[in-house]
Design a protein around this ligand. Structure first.
Ligand code: HEC
Ligand code: HEC
Ligand code: HEC
Ligand code: HEC
Ligand code: HEC
Length: 232
């Protein structure tokens, strides 16, 4: 008796299915691998930086505005980490032509600032380690948040108290969505975006809730939760 034969298309079909399973596996594997790198996953991720730069000192005690250094944060998707020339405004120890140091230079001989002095002399950038790093398949935009009343502290915590920056929030999808579904408690007036001490209940009659609702109306805030908002 003749054996049963599958029709020829079944071969192609089987190949397609196997191919699909392999590609799916690789995709899932990729998501797992890149999605679970330490900088992606862990709240508290804190690599060692080439210069022991302290936000607690500069943003906290010296009260420098975040935008002095991260000046693209309200104009672009990325919040640029400053070029060495920004540090040079206060730490440039290069001598003037008459061999003197600028009077305003802070800690001209500090060994901690040696990499900054090297960078100013050679033009080679300082290689800061990235701390917050979403997977490449996620689209994020700082300006879209900062100009709609979401302050830095909502997502980065009390940076002004951190000697070394660490991730204060998970940056997981569920965390993004929680706020996109209910942004009001997280909104503040635009002139308070970088103020980490802002406490409306101390300075005004209105509650945080009321202010959030007002800001939402004024700025017409309607975050999306469709997949294509963040995965484009
Ligand atoms: C004097 C300049 C300066 C000021 C002011 C400043 N920063 Fe920074 N910031 C840096 C530098 C340099 C780095 C990279 C080194 C590091 O991580 O400490 C950085 C890193 C960061 C990072 C981590 C970036 C990453 O790799 O994920 C965040 C978040 C951040 N700053 C937020 C803020 C906030 C919020 C403020 C205001 C409260 C602020 N910064 C004020 C210079 C500054
Ligand atoms: C507006 C001026 C200003 C700018 C800009 C600035 N700093 Fe400073 N920085 C200071 C002051 C003031 C101190 C010293 C505070 C003290 O000693 O009490 C300091 C101290 C430091 C120290 C500690 C030095 C030591 O030996 O204790 C480091 C490191 C440092 N800054 C790094 C940086 C880096 C990196 C940048 C650029 C991202 C930067 N600073 C930008 C004003 C500034
Ligand atoms: C809605 C949440 C949110 C707010 C508000 C926010 N950030 Fe961020 N920030 C992030 C996320 C998420 C990343 C990682 C982005 C990535 O990997 O593409 C990040 C990264 C950064 C970085 C590293 C450079 C970069 O763009 O990847 C700096 C510096 C920074 N933020 C500073 C700030 C400052 C300063 C403010 C306030 C003016 C601020 N952020 C407000 C969520 C936020
Ligand atoms: C604390 C609140 C909050 C958190 C956390 C938050 N968002 Fe948003 N997001 C908003 C608000 C508010 C808007 C502005 C909505 C509008 O324009 O009406 C917004 C807008 C956006 C937009 C639209 C930008 C555009 O170009 O249209 C993207 C993309 C986005 N968020 C991605 C993210 C991602 C990714 C995360 C997590 C890593 C995140 N958001 C976390 C509040 C938040
Ligand atoms: C507000 C922004 C936002 C929206 C909307 C969003 N995502 Fe995500 N998604 C993220 C972020 C952030 C991550 C985690 C990235 C990381 O870990 O670096 C993520 C991760 C994922 C992953 C990887 C696996 C995982 O769970 O970490 C998948 C799959 C995914 N999203 C699918 C979707 C689908 C499907 C939708 C629509 C129902 C959607 N996302 C809507 C921000 C968003």
């Amino acid at each position: 008796m003749d054996r049963f034969h599958f029709p020829p298309w079944v071969n192609t079909f089987t190949l397609l299915v196997i191919g699909g399973v392999l590609a799916g596996g690789a995709y899932a594997g990729g998501l797992l691998f890149f999605g679970t790198l330490p900088e992606v996953m862990y709240v508290g991720y804190q690599p060692t930086q080439p210069v022991p730069f302290s936000h607690k000192l500069h943003a906290g005690e010296l009260k420098m505005d975040c935008r002095y250094c991260h000046y693209t944060v309200d104009q672009a998707a990325h919040a640029a980490v400053p070029a060495t020339s920004t540090c040079g405004n206060c730490h440039n120890a290069q001598k003037t032509p008459d061999g003197a140091l600028a009077k305003t230079v802070v800690h001209p001989d500090s060994p901690k600032l040696q990499p900054i002095r090297n960078s100013l002399a050679t033009g080679e950038p300082v290689l800061w380690e990235k701390i917050h790093d979403l997977a490449d398949y996620v689209y994020f935009n700082h300006a879209a948040h900062v100009n709609k009343g979401v302050g830095c502290v909502e997502c980065h915590g009390r940076i002004d108290r951190m000697e070394v920056v660490h991730k204060a929030e998970s940056l997981a999808m569920s965390w993004c969505l929680d706020c996109h579904r209910n942004p009001e408690p997280h909104l503040r007036p635009l002139d308070q975006i970088t103020n980490m001490d802002w406490d409306p209940e101390e300075t005004s009659e209105q509650s945080r809730e009321e202010i959030g609702r007002l800001v939402r109306e004024q700025l017409d805030v309607h975050p999306n939760t469709n997949c294509t908002t963040c995965h484009r």
